[in-house]
Write a protein of this length. Structure first.
Length: 459
C-alpha cells in the first residue's frame, strides 16, 4: 500500500487548468469535503479494510453527463499521467472506488440515458449511470425487467453493478453477472492521450465485467432482460432451524417460480426492521423471505405449512422505481449486514458458497463460535444448479479469529469470497484472469485506472 502516493500537485494543477479551459463544461471539483464524499464507499463493513483505506482521497473530481466529456477527461488524465478512478453510486463494499493513489475521480452517475429496448428480444442498451430501479421502471413499460439486481437496487448504478457487483435479487433464477448470457456488449472509452471509443461484443466485454473499473471506462452496456413478473413478497416464520433450512434447500428444486429466497437465523430476524404491516419476528423465530410469482400463491402457503413454516406477511413488491417504505429486498444480501451493523457496529461479515449438504458446516461453526457467528443464507443458481450461499454476521475479534473462521469454513467445503481484500482477484477465487490483464494492457496501457485493484497487473 505504501507504493501508492498522491500525484505531484503540479501535475494535478496542469490537469485542472486543462479541464477548466475545456469548452465541454467540465467543472473540476476541489472542495475537500466533496472530494472526501466522492472517494468513499461502504468498505467500513470491514475492520480490515477500514484502516488500510483511511485517508485515501481523490485530488480532483469531475461529474459528467455526456460521452464527449468522458473522452475529454480520459485524454487529459492520460496526457498528464494522473490516475483515474470511476464512480457510480459508491455503494461498493470492498473499497472498489476508493482511489489508492489520489488522482481524479470521475463520477458517471449523470451519464444515465436508456438508449434502447428491443421489443422482440428484450435486449436493452443503457448508459452506466442509470440507477437499477430507474432502468427497471423503464423496462417495465415494455413488459420486461432486469434479471439481476443488488439489494442496493434503489441507489446503485448499472455500470457500478457490472464493474463491482456480482449478483443478488434474481440470482436464484439467473446465477451471477459473470455467467455467459447476461452481458452482451459494451461501449468503452480507453485511457490514452487520444482515447478510442470501442464497441465490444459479448466475448470481448467479459474481461471488463467485475474488473473494478481497472481496464476501460464503460459508457454503455447491452444486456439481456427477462419478462416482468409481479413478484409477491412473503415472510414465513419457522420455530425449528432444521425445518427452515430444509425448506430453503427444497424450494428452489420445485416448479414454484421464485426470484429470491433469504433465510435469517432467529437472532438476526429479531433485529431486522420489517415492512409496514409485517409483524416483528417472535422470540426464537427464524425467517424465510421470498419473492414468489403470483401463480405460486395457491400452493406455497400449504407447502410451507407442511414443513413447519407459517406465513406471517404477504404483499406485492413495490413497483420498480416507486418503492415507498421498506421493500423486502432491502432485508436481504448485504442489506442484512447493513441493518445488523446499525445496531452492532463491532460486527462484520463473510461471504461463502456453502457445500451440499450445508447442515454439517453450519453446525460445526456453531459448535466452535457459538453466538459470535449468526447465519444469513441466500439461495442462488451456481453453475446451473441450486445452491445456498451464506453471508454470516461475525463478531469482530481481530484478524486472526476471522482468518481461523475462513479456514474452518474452507476445510468444511465452503468456497469463501473474501470481502476484506482490495483486489479483484483476492475477492474472487484468488486466481489472476489473463484476459482481464490483457484488456488493461489494451485499454489502459499506462496502468492509470484504479491503481492497486488488479493484482495481475504488474506494470
Ligand atoms: C447495503 C449494501 C447492499 C449490497 N448488496 C449487494 C448485492 O445484493 N449484490 C451485489 O453484487 N452487491 C451488493 N452490494 C455492493 C454494491 O452495492 C453493488 O456492487 C453495486 O452494484 C455497486 O454499484 P455502484 O453504482 O454503487 O458502484 P460503485 O461502488 O460506484 O462502483 C463499483 C466499482 O465499479 C467501478 N465502476 C463504476 N462505474 C464504472 C464504469 N462506468 N466503467 C467501469 N467501471 C465502473 C468503480 O470504479 C468501482 O470499482 C451492496 C452494498 C451495500 C452497501
Amino acid at each position: 500500500m505504501d507504493d501508492f502516493r498522491p500525484v505531484d500537485p503540479e501535475r494535478i494543477r496542469a490537469l485542472v487548468d486543462e479541464l477548466g479551459a475545456s469548452p465541454l463544461a467540465l467543472t473540476p471539483i476541489l472542495a475537500p469535503a466533496e472530494l472526501g464524499r466522492l472517494s468513499a464507499d461502504f468498505h467500513d463493513y470491514s475492520p480490515v479494510l477500514e484502516p488500510l483505506l483511511k485517508g485515501r482521497c481523490a485530488q480532483v473530481a469531475v461529474k459528467v453527463e455526456r460521452l464527449e466529456q468522458v473522452m475529454a477527461v480520459a485524454g487529459a488524465c492520460a496526457r498528464h499521467r494522473v490516475p483515474l478512478t470511476l464512480r457510480g453510486a459508491g455503494t461498493g463494499n470492498y473499497g472498489q472506488c476508493v482511489p489508492l493513489a489520489g488522482g481524479l475521480v470521475l463520477d458517471l452517475s449523470g451519464l444515465n440515458r436508456l438508449r434502447s429496448v428491443d421489443p422482440v428480444s428484450g435486449i436493452v442498451e443503457a448508459e452506466p449511470g442509470c440507477t437499477l430501479a430507474h432502468l427497471d421502471g423503464q423496462l417495465a413499460l415494455h413488459g420486461r425487467a432486469l434479471r439481476l439486481a443488488p439489494s442496493t437496487y434503489r441507489s446503485a448504478t448499472l455500470g457500478g453493478f457490472f464493474a463491482g457487483g456480482s449478483g443478488g435479487l434474481g440470482s436464484l433464477r439467473w446465477g451471477f453477472l459473470r455467467d455467459p448470457g447476461h452481458l452482451l456488449g459494451l461501449e468503452v472509452v480507453t485511457l490514452e492521450a487520444e482515447p478510442r471509443l470501442l464497441r465490444l461484443d459479448a466475448a470481448a466485454s467479459a474481461p471488463l465485467n467485475h474488473a473494478y473499473g481497472t481496464n476501460g471506462i464503460i459508457t454503455a452496456l447491452r444486456l439481456a432482460s427477462t419478462e416482468a413478473v409481479a413478484w409477491q413478497q412473503l415472510v414465513v416464520g419457522f420455530s425449528r432451524w432444521e425445518a427452515a433450512l430444509e425448506a430453503s434447500r427444497e424450494l428452489p428444486t420445485t416448479a414454484l417460480l421464485l426470484n429470491a429466497l433469504c433465510l435469517l437465523e432467529a437472532p438476526v430476524a429479531d433485529r431486522m426492521p420489517w415492512p409496514v404491516g409485517c409483524p416483528a419476528a417472535g422470540p426464537g423465530e427464524h425467517r424465510l423471505l421470498l419473492h414468489a410469482a403470483p401463480d405460486t400463491l395457491e400452493l406455497l402457503p400449504g407447502w410451507l405449512a407442511a414443513r413447519g413454516g407459517q406465513l406471517r406477511w404477504q404483499g406485492p413488491r413495490p413497483e420498480a422505481g416507486r418503492a415507498r417504505g421498506l421493500p423486502l429486498g432491502e432485508l436481504t444480501w448485504n442489506h442484512t449486514t447493513l441493518h445488523w451493523r446499525a445496531q452492532a457496529p463491532d460486527w462484520t461479515y463473510l461471504q461463502l458458497l456453502l457445500p451440499r449438504p450445508e447442515a454439517p458446516l453450519l453446525e460445526a461453526v456453531r459448535q466452535r463460535w457459538g453466538s459470535d457467528v449468526l447465519w444469513h443464507l441466500e439461495a442462488v443458481r451456481y453453475q446451473g444448479a441450486p445452491r445456498l450461499t451464506a453471508l454470516p454476521l461475525v463478531r469482530w475479534q481481530g484478524p486472526q479469529a476471522l482468518a481461523d473462521l475462513v479456514a474452518q469454513c474452507r476445510e468444511l467445503g465452503a468456497v469463501p469470497f473474501n470481502p476484506h481484500v482490495i483486489t479483484v482477484e483476492d475477492g474472487g477465487l484468488g486466481v489472476v484472469d489473463a484476459d482481464q490483464v490483457a484488456a488493461k494492457a489494451a485499454y489502459d496501457p499506462a496502468g492509470l485506472m484504479n491503481p492497486g485493484k488488479l493484482r495481475g497487473w504488474a506494470g
